[in-house]
Design a binder for this molecule. Structure first.
Ligand code: MD3
Ligand code: FE
Length: 208
């Protein structure tokens, strides 16, 4: 394990190949129940280059009128999000000391030309709980900085099976994905990258 910054813990090769394959099967079932959608930016309506879906009791989304938020239902089907599978929950339980389960698991799907601009994760009330990120498929160049926009940043390549735990002083760090490396996915035949981001939304003290 490598501490990239205070509270930003990098666990390279955390998941073995068989565990990654099991997780991809679980993600495919999630996408069948809750199809990928393309979020758009608040106000401008500009489309994200990343496609998304969610599992868990709450899912992150964004649209022009209501902006960034958590919702209990899929924006297109109106159905509740599917449950977070055990393969994914087990990672949270093993790598965090958080007594509560994550409520939200955002599934990001990157084609080779997708990116995610520098941003903070601050749509959660539970800023004391950690965030856990799992990378599957193609590799990416991940960038992170401090809690203030415009500070210096560092870059880190993330590969399939890597896990990042974000907590403590890093919880409000700016971060983003600068690029996906082409033809680096041995896991996904069609290429691309999957990122799973597990979050607590409501305060941990609140009843489930
Ligand atoms: C928060 N996703 O969905 S992993 C996101 O790879 C997001 O898809 C990226 O940022 C992705 O919001 C990054 C999650 C992550 C990683 C590092 C962080 C969140 C972080 C460092 C500080 C704060
Ligand atoms: Fe983020």
């Amino acid at each position: 394990m490598i501490e990239l910054a205070p509270g930003l813990i990098y666990l390279p090769d955390y998941l073995a190949r068989a565990a990654q394959e099991e997780m991809v099967d679980d993600v495919r079932a999630i996408v069948r129940a809750a199809p990928l959608f393309t979020p758009v930016m608040p106000r401008t309506g500009k489309a994200f280059s990343v496609q998304m879906t969610n599992c868990g009791t709450l899912g992150w989304m964004s649209d022009r009128d209501k902006g960034y938020r958590y919702e209990a239902h899929h924006p297109q089907t109106g159905e509740a999000w599917p449950a977070i599978p055990a393969s994914i929950l087990n990672v949270w339980r093993t790598v965090t000391d958080c007594p509560a389960s994550p409520e939200a698991c955002l599934v990001n799907f990157y084609t080779v030309d997708a990116r995610m601009g520098l941003h903070q994760d601050r749509d959660e009330e539970a800023l004391d709980a950690p965030v856990v990120s799992i990378s599957l498929g193609g590799s990416c160049l991940f960038r992170f900085g401090g809690a203030a926009r415009g500070g210096r940043t560092k870059s880190q390549r993330l590969n399939s099976g890597d896990v990042v735990v974000i907590g403590g002083p890093s919880r409000l760090c700016f971060h983003g994905v600068d690029r996906i490396y082409p033809a680096t996915s041995a896991l996904l035949a069609q290429g691309g990258r999957i990122n799973l981001t597990l979050r607590r939304v409501r305060p941990v003290q609140a009843p489930d």
